[in-house]
Design a protein around this ligand. Sequence first.
Ligand code: SF4
Length: 383
Amino acid sequence: MDQSELEEKARENFETKKSISAEENSYYEAKIETMGLKTLERLIQFHPNPSKLMKKGVTFAHQDLETVVEAIGRNKPWSVICGLNPSGPLHLGHKMIFDELLWLQQQGAEVYIPITNDESYVVGKSPTLADSRRIAYDSVIPSIIAMGFDSKKTHIYVMSDYPEIYNVAMDLSKHTNLNRIFGVFGFGKDEVGENPGTLFYRGAVQLAQILLPQFEEFGGPQATLINVGVDQYPYLLLSRDVARKKGFVPPSAIFTKFLPGLSGTGKMTSSRIKSSIFLTDSLKDAEKKLKKAYTGGSILADFQRENGGVFDICPIYNLRANHFEPEYDLKDRCSSGDLLCGYCKKDAITEVLQYLSEHQAKLEDAKSRIDEYLLKTPIRSIL
Ligand code: SF4
């Protein structure tokens, strides 16, 4: 390719990245509109110290957050629930969600973390129940503890080791019906071959996780909040229905965008090992993955100096801006063309490796403290 062909290619590439960025932004705007959500503008304006992800627009919308704000204002108990599938160790996408949970705990929330090893097994993400259970205790729970949660206000349970939750699911299943579940989740021909456990899971077990803090044993009806992606909206709808029928407070939600995977397509997820930085990755592996990561930059350095990078679709930008505190204004330097991707990745590698070494150094101690965090409360009120 000669120089003019390269420049032409660089321009095409730049335009494509810009249009992907515009599409993504309009996707979330459309979700706010169609799902009837509210932005967090007012909270950010009036809260003395909003979370970093709220300020950056990563946690971008809410439903009925007013109920939680009122509970805080009246000094009443409230809880936040965030389930987690242990099909692999935690990655930086999970860390982002847990950073938000930590902030919510600092605002006074009791934090409930169901580790859904039963779901990992039922939907086929884990070959055996024992496998996902092992991952939960060996890796997932120690990583959560190492992030700094307060053991007095954090309640973790591995689903298959807390059978009480299935009694709660049974109780709640009486307050909905298949018609409503099919309507909310859109079950159709594609689901015919699914494990029937999936249906009970979506229609009852997930509700049990969300509504558990409102049972008598945990203080009775109270404001509850789930922190989810927009794809989890049906669970919010269903849990609000059932809460009303039980005389509970309908749960509220905040919605967070996903952390993009390093390949530039899709989110960071346990099933795409090369596209995700796991909190247990060796420093060498993490460095290798970051060096190969897709960016919002250009194939031509001069073109990037002139036009800047498309930061908002760049996995390196998202990772650095959401997790770390770069010493310079990353958005400004990227979009002005002042910063090129090679230098930016070098700084990203320094930040990520430092975080991973600090996190991994805490894991052994965290493993010895698992018992302090496990929820063991028997639920007698429904028996
Ligand atoms: Fe992404 Fe950094 Fe390149 Fe900007 S300079 S596109 S933030 S890697």
